[in-house]
Design a protein around this ligand. Sequence first.
Ligand code: RP5
Length: 190
Amino acid sequence: MAKKTSNLKPQTPNLKPQTQHGPLVGIVMGSESDLEIMNGAAEMLRQFEVEPELTIVSAHRTPERLREYAQKAKERGVKVIIAGAGGAAHLPGMIAANTILPVIGVPVKSSNSIDGWDSMLSILQMPYGVPVATVAVNGAKNAGILAAQILALHDTSIAGKLEAFKEYQDDIVMESVKNVKNLGYRNEFD
Ligand code: RP5
């Protein structure tokens, strides 16, 4: 269950702008209580040297802010929006309704959620014409990777880091293969 995490600070605070351009990825969430989960998207993007912006936008409590955020995102230079919410999770769908930017939805298993199912179905079951790319419940890290993959279509530096990340995952699994083999299990494949 997601908790309020007002003390959660970015590991690498973006004190100075590192690039000439504004944020390429916007991460929004319905409540500060979503931050513990949604921080995973920010941390993952930082691994690919993408510093996202991150803020609270509530579909139900700040509907005007939602509309303004979504409508201005493209002209502000944002390329992908990651939106996370729990319970009756209307934020990602309503962001998508107000922009042509790709929107990645993160269903959050929040304090008001029925085990994540309500959040997931609210974000996943979008009507024709307004897609939201939905990741797993609490799957903010995958949302960060997916956003990086979208940026990598036009950025060879991010693409290179994604390639390295794939290789790293392969290395980790192969380490486990060795560990399990060393435990004495039969493996005639490797
Ligand atoms: C949703 O309600 C938020 O995205 C959050 O997941 C959930 C609970 O919000 P709080 O009551 O903790 O602010 O809108």
